[in-house]
Design a protein around this ligand. Structure first.
Ligand code: XMP
Length: 323
């Protein structure tokens, strides 16, 4: 019978045997899959696994620090945190097309990761270098045969997309698993619930939630709005029942009034969807009280946003992200 305990024991033993005296590297996102994969490999080979976490400039508010705290202090992973936000944001300047944003971020990520990998593997004399990926069973299916609508319409960077000349051999300890099994394993490994229960967050991050050009000012505004949305949804006890809930920054200015001042500022859209796998989704009828708190906090606390709207589009025909 399948149990998390049995899975962990056999997987850790298999990784230990496979890697031998070699070393491994892993790109972490702070999400469930890559973190569980890293913890399993770390159990097998200890600090011969190096994890790399990159600040691409479009993470959530405080995410760069929170993830480091979780992975390094709570999970004891050997972690290299690279603040490359400046590099990413300067490459994103002037880019407005959604797919070009994704490609720009994907390309830059590979460069940053490649630099780190060559640094890490140069030190050792290992013949084989391993790359750990948190690929799940549904990712395997999707990328091998039938491509779902989101894969063909938007380019994703979860599977593959790593340097081809890097000559890394793959370790994918979660290849046979579904998300709920990965969470059970994570729980058994004693991982913190804020990693295990985290809603999916796209690789290109807030860049696909800022329509049009991504600028440091817009990122800062959206980080604040996103933080309010997540905080209030958690406070209402709804976070874990919702597939994704977030804010989108619309660089459309409209007129408002604040005290006796006229304002002219951006609009923010709130999006919350139920979904099984991201392929289809239904918009969530969030309680009016929650919407009311989110809206009033955003317009009162964030100067730069003076209007909040609620997205009531399901997928299809809408997509979950706005870009
Ligand atoms: P859409 O917007 O296509 O999103 O309905 C479906 C799911 O995929 C996520 N998503 C991405 N994830 N890189 C990712 O890693 C991307 O470029 C990307 N685009 C969308 C989205 O958050 C949702 O869960």
């Amino acid at each position: 019978d399948w149990t998390p305990k049995h899975f962990i024991e056999t997987t850790v033993a298999a990784i230990r045997e496979k890697v031998g005296n070699g070393r491994a590297i892993c790109a972490l996102s702070g999400g469930v899959d890559s973190s569980v994969a890293a913890v399993l490999v770390h159990k097998a080979i200890g600090d011969r696994l190096t994890c790399v976490f990159v600040d691409n400039g479009v993470l959530r508010k405080n995410e760069f620090f929170k993830v480091q705290e979780n992975l390094r202090s709570k999970l004891g992973l050997n972690l290299v945190a690279v603040d490359a936000s400046g590099r990413f944001l300067s490459k994103l300047a002037g880019v407005t097309d959604p797919e070009t944003k994704r490609k720009t971020i994907g390309r830059e990520f590979i460069e940053v990761f490649d630099d780190e990998a060559s640094r890490i593997f140069k030190e050792g004399t290992d013949e084989v270098a391993w790359l750990v990926q948190g690929t799940l069973y549904p990712d395997v299916i999707e990328s091998s045969s039938v491509k779902g609508p989101s894969q063909t319409i938007k380019s994703h960077h979860n599977v593959g997309g790593l340097p081809e000349d890097m000559k890394l051999k793959l370790i994918e300890p979660l290849r046979d698993l579904f998300k709920d099994e990965v969470r059970r394993i994570g729980r058994d490994l004693g991982m913190p619930s804020d990693i295990l229960e985290r809603q999916p967050f796209p690789g290109p991050g807030l860049a696909v939630r800022i329509l049009g050009e991504v600028t440091p000012e817009r990122v800062a505004l959206l980080q604040e709005a996103d933080d309010i949305v997540v905080t209030e949804i958690k406070k209402a006890g709804l976070y874990q029942q919702i597939w994704q809930s977030f804010a989108v920054l619309l660089p459309v200015k409209s007129v408002g009034v604040m005290g006796d001042q006229r304002t002219y500022a951006y609009t923010c859209a709130i999006r919350a969807v139920h979904s099984e796998d991201g392929m289809t989704a239904d918009w969530v009828p969030l309680p009016y009280e929650v919407l009311k708190t989110i809206s009033s906090r955003i317009v009162n606390e964030i100067s730069g946003i003076n209007r909040v709207v609620y997205d009531i589009t399901s997928k299809p025909p809408g997509t979950i992200e706005w870009e």
